[in-house]
Design a protein around this ligand. Structure first.
Ligand code: BES
Ligand code: ZN
Length: 877
């Protein structure tokens, strides 16, 4: 059965693309006090009966607008009077009802078609499971409603479905009753006592396996915990359950936040547009962030699950109880919650390696975004498609902005400010202004200038220079803020930020910082708020080394010619600065190799010092020894030349491998523990280091090394080892790779999560012929264009593979463009995610530009293009 709505959509020829502005925000004229829903789930369609108690908030209002898309409207009543056609206006995405009274009861019956819903917004079917995704605007695909986050409602949900196919019926809140009905049906009633916006509504129905546990909160209330998954996967949910309990405990200890319902349910589904969703009391997760065991998941998967489970749990306070006034305020919940999950992961694992990973991700994704055509402030002031704004900027830069406040207020002050925020705004939909008000109450400094972080875009640069006066024992430090123009080419203003720094003596110790010019917090953090700052430090006995932006205290780029990379790499007491020095040193070494082909001997030596340092934590050592990615190098080029980057990188790896061959072999042998697949920090660190070192050796492309790598693939029990080896075989020993891929396929063809890895390795290959192999894999029985994880693994990995994607022929662009066009009718969110691959268009050489332009124009001119893809493509062009 094809819905009327689907037919209308396919017949429609001209799409309009409108922009929504923050300045146009108005509070909702009506609100919804209660929403009582009844779902009757049938095999081909679902009937939704929705009764809403409406209250007028603005006495001037005369007309009620109810959002609704992609469904059939069957019946509508206002206060028990049937509303017939002609008594209201029906638009493409809403109905408008005359309503001149202060309270009313609206009942609306709609029919929806979850099986046809490939966009995965609203109610859809993943595998055999009915599930929902309503953030940001999916609820309007379930029923007519006021679908905006500042309308908070008490929901009661009755679900009726066939008992055999749907033994499990879940919704938000607490279970209030179940009953058996005729015709093999049954029902469940769920009641959520806490008002929430419609985007947090959730429903799940199907035949699911589960594991159960309980948690006693700090005030002694018992919460029933459950994780649901496909039958047979139950044991793979144990790690997620442990992570959930740790998260609940952490939020109590760190912020005094207790959970507020009788149950906390998590459901894992295979088809999901994002990682996970924080629906009240009923989180829905991409199964890749729930399922794991030692044999099937990598170390990274285990860490990822712990942090995503925590993130969605922490939203219960930062997002659900206090929510966003409108979607321009998204960073209020997302930036803050990312900051909270980062702190949690740091506490659970290693603070230093967590910080390095977070900064690395910020640089790799957010800095690139902020420098390109889709740059926007963490609080944007306009959008075409809100789904395009769940970005690295709103999330990761948003988290850095919160972290700066944390640095400014100190741990205790920040906690007091958060308590104030919770106390004052619980139960409300607010904005970043309210959050900043709470912070301001505990801040030693006025936050007016700091707020520019919310409204300006692009990454500021700090140019740092110093002069040392030995006779006066003074160091004069000069810091110039270079503020880039924004995407509209307008000037922007200097920021206020905490800059953590140290002046190091020869033995690596820090001079005490004595200065009278600039406020210092916690002794080593300066508050920089001028375009140009000059600071004099006294009692500095010898010319010091500069250790700047320690712990990455501000999300800026530092430019300073005086930094002594070898010294900092080896001696800085701030591990983050050691990492940063190694990265910058490698970047500069590689850049000079692109011109002269000679590697800087000092870099090779510094690399050797780290390599031979047995005192370093293995995970940290693996981070220090990572060479910058091609993406990081591209970012610094005015005109992109992927081939030159790749040549330099491979050459540097070979130089290192030849110079340190015996050390590498020796350490690899010592670290190699094929029978160990434990996921404790030490085992994971050893594996990360072993795989890093193996990567250097393998680029020598010798037969014997290939055999060793193949042995790691064959013999290791840990999935991190096996996949690490498979990737290296693919790139450096293709003759041996084929057999390994066959083996992998034979073992795992029916495990979707593992096929994601398989496709990702093949599509990320730097060998020639990658496009041809990817095209062939599209027809693999394990591939399915309707499953976002598989699309991200195969097509997404290809689009992020600079060597294959930027191929001179333009075939890579054409391939990705074709897939975007094809996917746009299936799932516009996934299609627009891929469109970001073209963001370097303006930085291509004049020879390379026409091919990409042609691909972009082809997308742009495609009839019926979604807002999602259109917005990204026009920004790039
Ligand atoms: N609220 C989001 C889920 C979401 C994302 C809804 C995009 C609608 C559009 C959720 O809390 C979230 O942020 N999920 C992240 C993972 C998280 C650990 C950063 C995701 O899905 O990527
Ligand atoms: Zn989130």
């Amino acid at each position: 059965m094809i819905s009327k709505k689907q037919q209308e959509r396919t017949m429609q020829t001209q799409q309009t693309h409108t922009t929504i502005f923050l300045k146009d925000y108005q509070p909702s004229p009506y609100t919804v006090l209660t929403c009582t829903l009844e779902f009757i789930i049938d095999s081909t369609s679902t009937r939704v009966d929705n009764v809403m108690e409406i209250k007028r908030q603005n006495s001037e209002a005369k007309e009620l607008r109810l959002d609704g898309e992609m469904m059939d409207l069957e019946l509508l009543w206002v206060d028990d009077v049937l509303v017939e056609e002609g008594m209201y206006t029906k638009e493409e995405d809403a109905i408008l009802l005359p309503l001149d009274r202060d309270t009313a009861t609206i009942r609306v019956i709609t029919r929806i078609y979850p099986d046809e819903n490939t966009a995965l917004e609203g109610l859809y079917r993943s595998g055999g499971i009915w599930c929902t995704q309503n953030e940001p605007e999916g609820f309007r695909r379930i029923t007519y409603c006021i679908d905006r986050p500042d309308v908070m409602t008490r929901f009661t949900t009755k679900i009726i479905a066939d008992k055999a196919t749907c033994p499990i019926l879940l919704s938000n809140g607490n279970l209030r009753g179940t009953a058996t009905l005729d015709n093999g049906r049954h029902l469940a009633v769920w009641e959520d006592p806490i008002p929430k916006p419609s985007y947090l509504f959730a429903l799940v129905a199907g035949d699911l396996g589960s594991i159960h546990d309980s948690y006693t909160t700090m005030s002694g209330k018992s919460v029933a915990l459950a994780i649901y998954c496909d039958l047979g996967n139950e044991e793979k949910c144990r790690h997620a359950m442990r992570s959930l309990k740790k998260s609940m405990e952490w939020d109590e200890l760190e912020y005094g936040r207790e959970y507020d319902l009788e149950v906390y349910n998590i459901v894992a589904v295979d088809s999901f547009n994002m990682g996970a969703m924080e629906n009240k009391g009923l989180n829905i997760f991409n199964s890749s962030y729930v399922l794991a065991d030692e044999q099937s998941a990598t170390d990274g998967d285990f860490m990822g699950i712990e942090s995503v489970i925590a993130h969605e749990y922490f939203h219960n306070w930062t997002g659900n109880r206090i929510t966003c006034r409108n979607w321009f305020e998204l960073t209020l919940k997302e930036g803050l919650t990312v900051f909270r999950d980062q702190c949690f992961s740091a506490d659970m694992n290693s603070e230093l390696t967590q910080r390095i990973d977070d900064v690395r991700a910020l640089r790799e994704r957010q800095f690139v975004e902020d420098a390109g055509p889709t740059a926007h402030p963490i609080k944007p002031d306009h959008y075409m498609e809100i789904n395009n704004f769940y970005t690295a900027t709103v999330y990761e830069k948003g988290a850095e902005v919160i972290r700066m406040l944390h640095t400014l207020l100190g741990r205790e002050g920040f906690r007091r400010a958060m308590e104030r925020y919770f106390e004052n705004f619980d139960g409300q939909a607010v904005g970043t202004e309210e959050f900043l008000w709470a912070m301001e109450q505990e801040s030693p400094i006025d936050l007016t200038q700091f707020k520019r972080w919310y409204s300006q875009e692009r990454t500021p640069v700090l140019q740092v220079s110093s002069t040392y006066d030995g006779s006066a024992e003074e160091l004069r430090l000069k810091i110039i803020q270079k503020i880039p123009k924004n995407t509209q080419n307008c000037e922007q203003l200097p920021y206020a930020m905490p800059l953590k720094l140290a002046l190091l003596a020869e033995d690596g110790s820090c001079y005490p910082l004595i200065t009278s010019d600039v406020p210092l917090f916690h002794n080593d953090v300066m508050w920089i708020d001028q375009a140009v700052s000059e600071i004099i430090f006294s009692s500095i006995k010898t010319p010091p080394r500069l250790s700047l932006n320690r712990h990455f205290s501000a999300p800026v780029t530092i430019e300073c010619d005086e930094v002594d990379y070898p010294f900092l790499m080896a001696y800085d007491s701030d591990g983050y600065v050691r990492y940063e020095a190694s990265q910058r040193f490698a970047l500069e070494t590689l850049e000079s190799m692109m011109d002269s082909a000679e590697a800087d001997e000092r870099f090779i030596e510094s690399f050797g010092v780290i390599l031979s340092d047995a005192s370093l934590d293995p995970m940290f050592k693996a981070q220090l020894l990572e060479l910058p990615t091609i993406t990081a190098l591209m970012q610094r080029q005015a005109v992109i030349d992927v081939a030159a980057i790749n040549r330099a990188t491979e050459k540097l790896k070979k130089i290192v491998a030849l110079r340190y061959r015996s050390v590498l072999e020796d350490q690899i042998n010592r670290l190699y523990a094929p029978d160990n697949c434990a996921i404790d920090g030490k085992s994971m660190g050893n594996r990360a280091l072993k795989n890093r070192l193996l990567g250097f050796l393998m680029c020598l492309e010798e037969e014997g090394l290939g055999e060793m790598c193949k042995m790691h693939y064959d013999r290791s029990l840990s999935m991190s080892d096996r996949l690490g080896a498979l990737d290296l075989l693919e790139n450096y020993a293709p003759a041996l790779a084929e057999g390994a891929f066959e083996d992998f396929y034979a073992r795992h063809a029916h495990e979707q999560l593992l096929m994601n890895k398989y496709f990702a390795i093949r599509a990320s290959s730097r060998r020639s012929g990658t496009l041809e192999r990817v095209v062939e894999l599209l027809n693999d029985p394990a591939f399915d264009l309707k499953v976002p994880n598989l699309v991200r693994a195969l097509i997404g990995s290809f689009a992020r593979n600079p060597i294959a994607f930027y191929s001179r022929s333009g075939e890579g662009y054409d391939f990705v463009a074709d897939k975007i066009i094809e996917l746009d009718t299936i799932n516009p969110q996934i299609a627009s995610g891929l469109a970001g691959a073209f963001k370097n268009y303006q930085k291509l050489s004049s020879e390379d530009k026409p091919a990409m332009k042609n691909a972009l124009e082809r997308i742009k001119n495609h009839p019926n293009l979604s807002n999602n893809v259109y917005e990204i493509v026009i920004k790039i062009l």
